[in-house]
Design a protein around this ligand. Sequence first.
Ligand code: PGD
Length: 773
Amino acid sequence: MRDSVGYPDSGLDLTDGFKPHTSHWGVFSARQSEDGLQVRPYAGDPDPNGIIDNFPGALRHQVRIAQPAIRRGWLERGPGPDDRRGRDEYVSVSWEKALDLLSGELMRIRDTRGPGAVFGGSYGWSSAGRFHHAQSQVHRFLNIALGGYVRSVNSYSSGASSVLLPQILAGYEDITKHNVTWEQIAAESQVVLAFGGMALKNSMVAGGSISKHVERGAMTDARRRGCEFILVSPLRDDLPAEAGAEWMTCVPGTDTALMLGIVHTLVTEGLHDQAFLDRYTEGWPVFLRYLTGESDGQPKRAEWAAAICGVDGLTIRKLARRLAGRRALITVSHSLQRAEHGEQPVWMGMVLAAALGQIGLPGGGYAYSLGAIGYYGRRVNDVPGPTLIQGRNGVSDFIPVARIADMLLHPGTTYRYNGETRQYPDIRLVYWAGGNPFHHHQDINRLRKAFAQVDTLVVHELAWTATARHADIVLPATMTLEREDIGYSTNDPLMVAMHRIAEPFGLARDDYDIFADLADRLGAHEPFTEGRTSRQWLEHLYEPTRASLEARGLEAPNFLTFWERGSLIVPQRPDDGGKLRRFREDPIAHALPTPSGRIEIFSSKIAGHGDADCPGHPVWLEKTDVPKPGVPCFLVANQPVTRLHSQLDFGGHSTAAKHRGREVARINPRDASARGIADGDIMRLFNERGACLAAAHVTDAIAPGIVQLPTGAWYDPMDPEEDRSLCVHGNPNVLTRDIGTSSFAQGCTGQLTTVQVERFNGNLPPIRAFDPM
Ligand code: PGD
């Protein structure tokens, strides 16, 4: 019998000429023939992800970039600020000409302004292979050939939590990757309280590669054993049906208040674990004064919380009693912290788990972001994987990743981050490979203005995304299927030999080869390539894994054997609960890597920053973007089901889920009927920042007062000449706010905003996002 979370390997199906490959959304084998591309999911995957079906239609799609292209205005007038970006024509040029122009511009910037005028953060997920990972390639190139670049820190996924967790609990990876596993949940948890849920669409993807989607099976097993799942979210499907969850809707952005109400009940009813708090935590007495109202005059009673979060007081009290004394797991999703004051629910979720005394127990305690990505909640590999060294960055300056528009619009101005007052650099050239800021950034109309400020915007892309359509120099990159690579992730034991499935589209080239030729023009060919071809790099990157296997006396196939076999299963460490378990066992010998060595319910360090929007312990802070006349609905802009972010939005699986070509937004029947909106109608969503169209799906899986529109539909302005043109396709980032979570972490807040919704009665404008340029 198959264990729902075990790894008996049933092998890749490599019959009939199919070759192995992998992606962020699953391992598969594929074959390109005159009948087109065919894909087969990995047979060992108990729950394959349908997103692989985007590949066949995408591989040779007309929106792929066939040839290097230069924006006409840049070609004719040269570099400089230009608001024609996103409105201009493109001129196709040869590779020689494109690389000559680009290397000349890179040298001009380097020699006149220095590498500190280059922004190479180049945020983005790009493709799964460990060598042709575009972001790693661009960083390595800029370090070696240019002397460095201004980088970005943290991610759009976890901007608030990745800064906070190391201060209060442990390293970000300790909490997300070496903590509570799905195996533990299946075997041990009695109650799982999931704030923001653990939607399968999120755990169906993982950076690097993912061979088995185990979450559905683990939740099925846990439930069968009697584990109760409780979902706190505005969306019912934030936990799968298999979890059989009780659904509590809470006003978006108010989970912290709900958690405070639960902890207040625990304390007033004597249900909290004082012995745990005394032995393992720092600062409980300070927090207690806030909880009871001694410090601010407001006890955080269940009824107080109810008035904010919309869950009634009795339900909150009963919930607290259900958690106490049981093997309880508190999970807090990434989405909760991708909003104003996103640090607070992350911190308060930890305090709730500490008050229950569960941190460090198998299947209990605190699991931040479990289910947010497929490689969380799994065992960790016990061998090193392929890693491309990026070299030394000669520029120390950085920005928190989601502050890019602020940086470009306001060079020289100051901002707060992690206790420091910093200054934005003056960026003249932006280099992007493997990301799509017109997908991932908030307030796209503002972003357009920001990109208009620079001298030059360079983009490597496989398709004409909106980012490519705003660039000055567009270089066509191969798609993953068109090159060889190694697929690997630290929490997945299947290393995949990613064979080339198809020839490159048009004149597309691998990012590596593009950078190698540019490095040549900049006099850095040898240090950049180290004299290796791509294939030789793969052999080189594979070697540490092979050597480690050999040193441990395990089967250690050489590269060619691995390549011919198509995959390799590597050993994994025992599921030992990581640092939190060891800390529980001995808090002195295994002190946590926080300033006090303990769980920091109060952080003197954060308190010492003096930032009112992130004080020294978790607090409820009023939100500035709440429904009001003009914008009466919350908009939840979450991750999509049918693609990864914006990748391959033009593929068959993604386009089939759209309606009349538009992205589908879900709305509660109450809100729909109040606006005369029927299922399948086209809606206009708007606020002061912008507007977009989306097709209506009327469903009671969405709580009243909320509209949900996933990210990833390519930005498609009806009239690119207009400043705030209607996006006819349904990109929610024309509506979201471009503010940081707080002065502490400055994370992305794209998950939540407010909008007005109406039925769209005009003539439906055409979708042009997938037209060739
Ligand atoms: P992707 O669509 O994955 O989005 O933002 P991200 O920029 O990562 O972009 C990757 C791009 O790389 C695609 O355009 C793809 O075509 C290109 N690409 C793929 N392979 C290659 C390659 O080999 N070479 C090159 N040169 N290019 C390649 C994701 C970001 O969005 C993330 S991680 C999160 S969590 C955020 N989530 C939200 C959210 O919840 N709500 C809102 N409103 N906004 C968000 N934005 C963030």
